[in-house]
Design a protein around this ligand. Structure first.
Ligand code: IMP
Length: 423
């Protein structure tokens, strides 16, 4: 497997967690390189459902070491909850998880700031997960963030924490929002320091050592290309680079060590939060995909917006990331439909276009050009190989591959580990 990167090609929630879990069977190291606990990667093993937010999905495979890279923003309290929940589900964490000493930390004041900024945007709100992700990355870029390495010296940490909290309090006060009390916040955060500090290390050194020793490494993307702060539907994006460059900066690994890029896409499209979504379906059609696909956010429980597969955005996403092959998930969700549509191009103010606009205003004028596909109306969730798939499902997948110009390696037909076809 060497080094393989798994990235979402849509707006997140493509089912990356399951693909990573399956591939992690043969991985020595699994690495998160961006985002924070805004992510929600769901993996079902037998009757048990695991939802991972910060910890790489590889933790569910006993043989894998897991790294939270320098590009991730870590909420210490969120991480402790996640570790404890997984340990309650009999997953051993503490000797298998390392956090980069360069990773930035997320605190309660970042979450409150996330809410304040959303309120100020009113009708133009991003619809964030309110996990403080944007404000924590903003502090990082403003060079006032607090890093995991700071956990190792409690006195200095306290000084930085107090400074940051007071800075945020001044903003809360100016905006008529309740301030945080330093003493009560310190009482909460101090025990978290003792818990997390032993997990902090130079992960760049250990990751590169693993690569030198020919270990199989999986890089686990969170969110998706269209939520990338540079390449996504700005400003309706998250605050990190969810695309391929984020692997190098967010894990401390050179491009020459990346051997394969797998793009994960649903057989249709979903999005949570506000922002453009050209192929969105409303009412009956959208509701049916949502209910059959159980399209509710793993982190916030919000209903996901649902729509047809968009080959224009997906082709662009594959190009930007140099995707070698696609993993198509949730094919079975389309089993019940009478007609299946794929968007092959856009009409923007009467002009046909095959590219994705940069401007949000342009998105408002997109009329998707659709191609109809015959349905298959049979149960794909029991398929074990390509040949078990109904002819029309094969034709549908082949068409997605043709339109995006990328071959399909993996098709997932249900949440279980064994509901997967390798093509
Ligand atoms: P934030 O990352 O919480 O700042 O949210 C910014 C945007 O990204 C919002 O539209 C969120 O709904 C979306 N988002 C963040 N994380 C995820 C995810 O894991 N899946 C899907 N959407 C996400």
């Amino acid at each position: 497997m060497a080094s393989t990167v798994i990235l979402g090609m849509q707006w997140g929630d493509e089912g990356k967690g399951k693909i990573i879990d399956v591939l992690a069977e043969k991985a020595d190291v699994v690495v998160r390189f961006q985002g924070g606990n805004n992510a929600g990667h769901t993996v079902e093993i037998g009757e048990t459902k695991f939802v991972l937010h910060l910890i790489p999905s590889g933790i569910l495979r006993e043989g894998s070491q897991c790294i939270i890279g320098n590009g991730v923003v870590v909420d210490p309290m969120g991480l402790i909850n996640e570790i404890e929940e997984l340990e309650d589900q009999n997953i051993k964490i503490l000797d298998r998880l390392q956090i980069s000493n360069r990773a930035h930390l997320v605190f309660k004041f970042h979450k409150l700031m996330d809410g304040l900024k959303e309120n100020q945007l009113g009708g133009k709100m991003i619809g964030t997960t309110l996990r403080g992700i944007g404000p924590a990355y903003a502090d990082k870029i403003n060079r006032v963030g607090i890093r995991a390495d700071d956990l190792k010296n409690k006195a200095e940490f306290k000084e930085k924490f107090t400074f940051a909290l007071e800075h945020h309090n001044r903003i809360f006060e100016a905006n008529g929002t309740e301030k945080l009390d330093i003493n009560s916040e310190w009482e909460i955060i101090e025990p978290a320091i003792d818990y997390i500090a032993p997990l902090v290390s130079d992960t760049i050194a250990s990751l590169n050592r693993a690569i030198e020793n020919d270990k199989a490494v999986l890089f686990e993307g969170a969110q998706g290309v269209w939520l990338d702060v540079d390449h996504g539907t700005y400003p309706f994006v998250t605050s990190s680079n969810t695309t391929i460059g984020g692997v190098c900066t967010g894990a401390g690994v050179a491009p020459k060590h990346i051997n394969k890029v797998i793009g994960v896409v649903k057989a249709y499209t979903t999005r949570v939060g506000s922002g453009p979504f050209p192929t969105e379906l409303f009412e009956e059609a959208g509701n049916s995909l949502r209910e059959v696909g159980n399209e509710y956010g793993a982190t916030t429980g919000r209903p996901r917006r649902c729509g047809w597969f968009d080959a224009v955005t997906t082709k662009h996403a594959c190009l930007v990331n140099g995707v070698d092959s696609l993993a198509i998930t949730k094919l079975d969700v389309l089993d019940h439909l009478d007609v299946i549509k794929v968007c092959t191009g856009y009409k923007i103010k009467g002009e046909v276009s095959f590219s994705v606009p940069a401007s949000i205003d342009q998105f408002d004028h997109i009329e998707p050009i659709y191609e109809d596909h015959p349905s298959w109306k049979s149960n794909t969730s029991i398929a074990k190989s390509w040949n078990d798939l109904p002819h029309n499902a094969q034709k549908y997948l082949s068409r997605l591959s043709e339109l995006t110009n990328v071959k399909i390696d993996i098709v997932s037909v249900g949440p279980r580990r064994n509901q997967i076809l390798f093509i």
